[in-house]
Design a protein around this ligand. Structure first.
Ligand code: ZN
Length: 236
């Protein structure tokens, strides 16, 4: 069996597996789900803020109209106060009470408007902050995506480089060796174990002296008695 070739094939396939795993990981991570979620959350927050601002504007307008009405009522009551109609102290007192009430209400409505204006200010500040964060996340997303794309391109290039080397060994190697190798790969990711200093690199156990001599001479293909991997002695 051509153990040298098989060992090379095993090494290339291991590299290829690592490249493919990394590619799969990167393609999953590239989706950048967390950033997308955060972006969506902020976008919703922003739209909610805009909606609140719109409602706030309506309420301010309603309050302004209320004030206009109150001013109209005030004017009407003042006209009554100074007309001939108001001819008793009682009537005068009543109309003045009414005027006081109108004034009170107007003051309260003006305070409401000030409150609404403050609220609108705060909403606007929050909207600006949210917009900044949205821009930041978008930038981060694009940078990350770019980095992922680059890493993926590199891995694809590695794949392109490994693929023909693997194919050429597969074509060159004798059918029987390849079949044995394939059968063994069902049990071990690395079925060919290098023997170094009489140690099987697959399981780190010592190879018996007789086996060692046999594989050294290259006459015989032997499996490790401990782990069952094919032992490969690389001639110095
Ligand atoms: Zn072993």
């Amino acid at each position: 069996m051509d153990l040298k070739m098989l060992y090379e094939l095993q090494g290339l396939q291991k590299e290829m597996d690592a490249v493919l795993n990394r590619l799969r990981e990167l393609n999953e991570a590239k989706d950048l789900g967390k950033l997308k979620e955060e972006y969506k959350r902020l976008k919703d927050e922003y739209l909610k803020g805009e909606d609140q601002l719109k409602k706030n504007a309506y309420r301010q307008e309603a309050k302004s109209n209320e004030i206009k009405n109150l001013e109209y009522n005030k004017k009407a009551s003042e006209e009554i106060k100074f007309s001939k109609e108001t001819d008793t102290v009682k009537k005068l007192e009543n109309i003045e009470k009414q005027l006081d009430k109108i004034e009170e209400k107007k003051q309260a409505t003006e305070n409401d408007i000030i409150g609404l204006m403050n609220e609108a200010d705060n909403i606007n500040k929050e909207l600006i902050e949210t917009q900044k964060r949205l821009a930041f996340i978008k930038k981060k997303y694009l940078i990350s995506k770019d980095a992922y794309d680059k890493a993926i391109e590199e891995l694809k290039a590695q794949k392109e480089e490994l693929s023909p080397r693997i194919d050429s060994i597969k074509n060159e190697i004798d059918k029987e060796s390849y079949e044995v190798f394939n059968r063994l790969t069902k049990t071990y990711a690395d079925p060919i174990a290098l023997v170094e200093r009489r140690i099987c690199c697959g399981c780190r156990m010592e190879v018996p002296a007789m086996d060692y001599e046999a594989i050294k001479s290259g006459d015989q293909d032997l499996k490790c008695q401990n782990c069952g991997r094919l032992l490969y002695y690389r001639k110095p």
